[in-house]
Design a protein around this ligand. Structure first.
Ligand code: SF4
Length: 252
């Protein structure tokens, strides 16, 4: 298992690696940069660079973990990529179904495929499903998510690239927001973040603000969470109007 630096999970599990870009949010994909680096270092799991690759040797890893974990599934890929065969997705679901001690978080930009898989996979209560939405062109992903059978549904507005007009969070348990990080990061605006936060508050949806992405994007240069020694340190800081938002869905 790999301990994760991602603020909203504990560990990552990558039974596939690699992907292809589908929308503007993919432009500065971290998984691509990481895959290319690991490929250059000769790491076997990344022998194909960023091409979609099944990591069969990782498939049963969660069966070996005794302690319950919150697991981000495929942080370096997209589980519903069309090059991941249905039989392999079924095997991944079987592992998740058979390890109820763990909580799995699947995040995808390819939610359309979930509709076609509905007869092949079982959404046990420990599997959360989320969609990435970067701007208003992709809010349709939320509508499709709402029609799935996942017990816990979430949206990741990261990297947030515009003000989101869509504001119906009915049946959405959790909303994550983050600015883009890295050398070519695109700027996130405070107004965009607050608009989503306020919609969450109105609709009683858990809200988690991950990071501003870069220090220069954060309108408060004195945000203490910019400091690496802060317990809630995040890239560029993570306070909005002097408050840290780290809510989780109520799953009782
Ligand atoms: S879907 Fe995710 S992993 Fe795939 S290219 Fe886009 S950002 Fe990267």
């Amino acid at each position: 298992m790999n301990r994760s630096n991602i603020e909203w999970t504990e560990v990552t599990w990558n039974p596939t690696t690699g992907c292809t870009k589908v929308s503007t949010g993919c432009k500065n994909c971290y998984a691509e940069r990481w895959a290319n680096m690991q490929h250059k270092r000769g790491i076997n799991q990344y022998r194909n660079g960023f091409d979609l690759t099944l990591a069969v040797e990782r498939l049963n890893d969660p069966l070996k973990w005794k302690k319950p974990q919150i697991v981000f599934v495929n942080s370096m890929s997209d589980l519903f990529h069309d090059k991941v065969e249905t039989d392999y997705i079924k095997k991944i679901f079987s592992v998740m179904n058979n390890t109820p001690q763990h909580t799995y978080q699947i995040l995808t930009k390819r939610i359309e495929r979930v509709k076609d898989l509905s007869d092949s996979i079982f959404w046990s209560d420990n599997i959360w499903l989320g969609v990435s939405v970067e701007n208003n062109d992709f809010v349709e992903r939320i509508e499709i998510l709402k029609k799935t059978f996942a017990k816990v549904k979430f949206i990741s507005f990261e990297p947030l690239l515009s003000k989101i007009k869509y504001n119906d969070f009915t049946d959405i348990d959790w909303v994550l927001v983050g600015g883009e990080s890295g050398g070519n990061a695109r700027k996130v605006e405070k107004e965009w973040i607050k608009s989503i936060r306020d919609n969450c508050k109105r609709q009683n949806t858990a809200f988690f603000f991950k990071q501003w992405g870069k220090r220069i994007f954060n309108p408060n240069p004195k945000d203490p969470t910019i400091d690496r020694k802060h317990p809630f340190y995040a890239k560029g800081g993570c306070m909005v109007d002097d408050k840290i938002y780290r809510e989780y869905p109520n799953i009782e």
